[in-house]
Design a protein around this ligand. Sequence first.
Ligand code: NDP
Length: 449
Amino acid sequence: MSDILKMLKAKDPGEKEFHQAVTEVLETVKPLLDRNPEYRQAAIIERIVEPERVIMFRVPWMDDQGQVNVNRGYRVEMNSAIGPYKGGLRFHPSVSLSILKFLAFEQVFKNALTTLPMGGGIGGSDFDPQGKSDSEVMRFCQSFMSELFRHIGHNTDIPAGDIGVGAREIGYLFGMYKKLQNEFTGVLTGKGLGWGGSLIRPEATGYGNVYFAAEMLATRDDILEGKTCLVSGSGNVAQYTVEKIIELGGKVVTLSDSSGYIYDEEGIDRGKLDFVMRLKNLRRGRIKEYVEKYSESVYTEVDTSLDYNPLWNHKAECAFPSATQNELNEKDAQNLINNGVKLVSEGANMPSTPEAVNIFLNDKTLYAPGKAANAGGVFVSGLEMTQNSMRLSWTKEEVDNRLKIIIKSSHKNCLDTSAEYGAPGNYLAGANIAGFVKVVNAMLDQGLV
Ligand code: NDP
């Protein structure tokens, strides 16, 4: 396996995030490879780390001043062994092929864990929606889709939202797809409720993460009620994580964006969360404005000279990193443990660095990797696809119940698999092996394609 990693690094030396994601998976699936020598002969690792297809394209668009701008668009179609490619679109200036390949790679195993027939893919652009008018965002989305449309389809590749792509962007993207293809299909998920969206889809990633955390606590006869929680981010995943924690009786004291974070010792209650939702989803403001409204809270600006994130240095029992990759390092992990944190459940994809993950595993922290803990979002996207195919809509209760059931069984699957492969309680190993085995067996069945 070290040869494969060397080969990957030599081929694409700049793809650090992708190498990180591959290393983490390969390290944990070793016992499975040892038990199945046929995988090696079939070069299954070499095949699974190579995307089936990468699409890269120019996205020209005009801003409100009449100036032409050019961004780069991508879709990484990683693996379709168990179903059509499925995964988000990210619009953020940091987007690169490395970040998208890591996300697509993670998505393959995450989707396998949901038990639904979905392969893995991810796309996006280095376009920054922040500070852009609605018209600019619309023109960008239309230009982006005017190329992407020929590569996707409801039986081929079904994109959804991710960082920077929410309900507004999905609307503009869907509108352009429909016009170009002259058909109304469930080609994107996260659609508006009036035109094919599923109830509970916006909530699903955050809710699912909290359900997964509750399952982990239950293994130690514990509950979320009364627990103080640290949440990072203030976007889709963070908002619904906070909503569910409040509902289950926990207290959330932090939220952040890329400029800084707020600490509210009294806890973010329903009213305060409503304010954050309006601030972020409608006014598209900064989290700093929270302290102007709630003067008992404190705002701390990002300080790039620090080698740790002060958000993770408060007294708490649970942590839900829900912003972005590598937002929690070794020092942060140690600070969390020193401050009493016993559970870390990842809403974001790969938010903890490998060194941080090792600290959690050595400490026997209840640690759920993103591909297990945040799979609720893509699961309900899968349910949105099902409802679109059936041309009907399920109730909120029906979707939420299915979400709870799948999270419970996915938690059990990770736990049982971790025990079966000699790492009991290691959700990272359990999630990686359970997802991996399903995908590689399908690949073997389908021959060399
Ligand atoms: P949003 O765009 O709704 O929110 C992202 C949040 O994270 C914002 O508060 C944003 O702040 C912050 N953030 C983004 N990039 C950075 C950065 N480089 N440094 C610090 N803060 C940052 O995205 P989502 O909530 O949808 O996604 C959050 C995470 O969850 C991502 O890792 C995503 O891949 C993952 N995820 C999302 C799913 C979904 O259903 N949406 C499903 C599964 C995983 P700012 O506004 O300042 O940029």
